[in-house]
Design a protein around this ligand. Structure first.
Ligand code: SF4
Length: 430
């Protein structure tokens, strides 16, 4: 008989991490996680248990439903007064590749999107140095006049601060921002997308995007929108010069702002806050006498709120931070799961397929994500794969990815209401 060589050792699966027992009990009972808990979830080798906990929460909220929408992104200009180090999108006026779209071109895009069945336009751009505030109002009005049914989700907080400046309301502080948002809302703005948050930390800010607004200012812009009844979303661009504790703190700050916004409504609903005023909306169903979270304007809710957390991995290519490695797939899964667990008062968690890839998005649906974004078509900012800005996917591909991952695809509008569709014609389902 041949002598067998000694079997190679197989590395054992990650061992049981006792720190996760207490965290899992909290998740099961609907108790808020601390920043220390968030860090333990980052440090543990038992990443699969972290993903399983996030999956428990997403199924508690949404069962096996995974949302997608039919939308079109419009980047109206890439000309920007700033030069953030991580940004490969911006150009100066006379630089190769600089562009600005006219109102007429944008309206044509909106009409084309509507003809293809889009329910939403997602519109953001650089901080254009010369376009006047009136251009933005006129463009929103023209978009709505062309397609009244379309929802316009537009402008990151840093763009809105720029609009406040050029509208000459810069000296009016918070009330000036509310006035700008009121004007934009009256012209057709339906909600805010949530970009430009990056990571709320002064060191990170000064190292990677000095010149852009700081975290407290970003949060103020969204607070103003919520007070006006506009919903918004929140991103976290991670994997560059920040560290994991800074990501967890970013999540905590978003969560605290959502507590502040929803506290009055929740008390009236009989939803109890914890001893620190924390408002957990992702616990077991028995904790919620009525609706966990209705649409603005329903059930006594007079404000808007953060709908979705969208963790965005940083892609260094062509940016000033090109030397840095992009975050790995496992880090992306883990970050998404931790965002689901820490942001216990956010109803939705998105795996933005453009930046995560569709195959990775399938995995993310089992790790806390309940939304994959939409058909997109043109996206000029950052993408995980491919050249150029044509980043279209079809409803067939999106729904196939969702089904392959074991979930049931449901089309939503921008406010997460279910959509009933007959070809390009659609309405919100009852
Ligand atoms: S991230 Fe935004 S603000 Fe910064 S340079 Fe790019 S487009 Fe301009």
């Amino acid at each position: 008989m041949p002598v067998l060589a000694e079997e190679p050792t197989v590395s054992l699966p990650p061992g049981h991490d006792p720190r996760l027992d207490a965290i899992e009990r909290k998740v099961r009972d609907g108790v808020r996680l601390t920043e220390e808990d968030g860090l333990a979830l980052y440090e543990t080798r038992d990443v699969h248990r972290v993903l399983a906990m996030a999956d428990l929460v997403r199924r508690r909220l949404h069962g096996d439903v995974a949302f997608y929408n039919v939308n079109r992104h419009i980047n109206y200009t890439n000309i920007c007064a700033l030069s953030c180090k991580f940004c490969a999108f911006h150009r100066k006026k006379d630089q190769d590749g600089a562009y600005e779209k006219s109102t007429e071109e944008i309206v044509r895009d909106v009409q084309g999107a509507a003809a293809a069945g889009a329910t939403e336009i997602h519109m953001v751009g650089g901080l254009h140095p010369w376009l006047p505030f009136q251009w933005y109002l006129d463009t929103l009005r023209a978009m709505k006049a062309a397609v009244p049914q379309i929802h316009i989700k537009a402008f990151t907080a840093v763009e809105l601060v720029h609009l406040q400046r050029i509208s000459k309301r810069g000296s009016e502080g918070y009330e000036g921002m509310k006035a700008v948002l009121r004007d934009l809302r009256d012209a057709g703005l339906g909600s805010l997308p949530g970009g430009g948050a990056e990571v709320f930390d002064d060191r990170v800010h000064d190292e990677a995007f000095k010149g852009k607004i700081r975290g407290d200012h970003w949060l103020d812009v969204h607070r103003a929108a919520h007070e006006l009844g506009l919903n918004s979303n929140a991103t976290m661009l991670y994997g560059h010069v920040e560290r994991r504790p800074e990501r967890v703190r970013h999540m905590r700050l978003l969560r605290e702002q959502q507590d502040h916004t929803l506290r009055g409504w929740a008390a009236a609903q009989g939803i109890r806050a914890d001893a620190d005023g924390g408002l957990v909306l992702t616990g077991p169903a028995s904790a919620y006498p009525r609706n966990r979270l209705p649409m603005p304007g329903q059930d006594g809710l007079t404000t808007g709120y953060f709908q979705t957390i969208i963790p965005l991995p940083f892609y260094p290519n062509e940016s000033e931070l090109e030397r840095l490695p992009a975050p790995t797939g496992l880090e992306n899964l883990r970050t998404l799961a931790i965002a689901r667990l820490m942001l216990d008062n956010f109803p939705h968690t998105k795996a933005f397929w453009i930046m995560q890839t569709l195959p990775m998005t399938e995995l993310m649906l089992g790790a806390g994500a309940d939304d994959v974004d939409g058909t997109v078509v043109w996206y000029d900012i950052t993408k995980a794969v491919g050249e150029g800005n044509h980043q279209e996917t079809s409803v067939r591909d999106l729904t196939k990815a969702i089904r392959d991952a074991g979930f049931t695809p449901v089309e939503r509008d921008t406010l997460y209401r279910r959509v009933q569709r007959d070809g390009a014609t659609w309405r919100v389902a009852n």
